[in-house]
Design a protein around this ligand. Sequence first.
Ligand SMILES: NC(=O)c1ccc[n+]([C@@H]2O[C@H](COP(=O)([O-])OP(=O)(O)OC[C@H]3O[C@@H](n4cnc5c(N)ncnc54)[C@H](OP(=O)(O)O)[C@@H]3O)[C@@H](O)[C@H]2O)c1
Length: 265
Amino acid sequence: MNLELQGRRALVTGSSAGLGAEIVEQLAAEGAAVVVHGRDEARAEAVAKAVRGAGGSATVAIGDIGTDAGADAVAAAALAGGPVDILVNNAGVYDPAADWGGTSPSEWADIYNVNVIAGVRMIQRFVPAMRERRWGRVIQISSVTGHLPQASQPHYAASNAARDNLAASLARELARTGVTSNAVAAGGILVPATQKMLTGLGREKGWGDTWDEIEPHVVDNLAPNDSGRIGRPGDYARLVAFVAGAGAGYINGTTLRVDGGWRDA
Ligand SMILES: NC(=O)c1ccc[n+]([C@@H]2O[C@H](COP(=O)([O-])OP(=O)(O)OC[C@H]3O[C@@H](n4cnc5c(N)ncnc54)[C@H](OP(=O)(O)O)[C@@H]3O)[C@@H](O)[C@H]2O)c1
């Protein structure tokens, strides 16, 4: 299937690592020029270099989008290369070890700032021009915990509910403009950060020593799903690329899920 992304430019926030890095690789493989973003220039450059090495087009934009000044810097760097047609709000933070007892009000505010308000900062800087050009894709990366929260990391789950909610509200705002707004919610996806955290947790719990030994226990105890495994970045990024593509213009105002058939623990 041709997603018709040639000639489009995409900014994926938080693409210096993990899911975001996979998303830029998928978008670039489909022909989009990508802007790789993060706070650390060396990490972002390494991802951009890999994209270019695979024949794609990539530049970088550096900045902490938890602040207005950082968001301005990212917008200036991204727009220096031309207009942005596709905005993927992926930058985010989480902590599977956090619980109700251990999360202070300021930690609730901090996670909301990065997972939700940083995305709003980007929307405010990029979407008005998409509206004028009568074409655009705005995608919030979120998590199934927004619909099916567990007791753990309640502040993170609530931030995902907000990500899904704002995607729908923005679609109402952008009605009939040619710009769509959606969220794509993930179940557990194996990226270096989650593998490190979950391997540590698995060893503490006596589930095994290697990831292969620990993964089935993670599925049973933390990420119950009908597919019986943790997702891989490609499982998820392929849907994000599809939603960014030309053929997805009638997918709007919704939350799509890539979670292996996630169910309550
Ligand atoms: N992995 C999963 O299982 C999973 C499941 C559901 C949803 N998600 C969502 O997917 C997104 C990516 O998660 P991940 O697992 O790929 O995490 P990750 O590997 O830790 O990557 C997070 C990315 O976000 C960037 N970032 C974080 N805070 C930032 C800030 N204030 N300003 C700019 N960049 C910032 C990091 O950039 P630096 O280089 O600056 O650190 C990094 O590129 C998150 O929004 C998360 O909620 C992940």
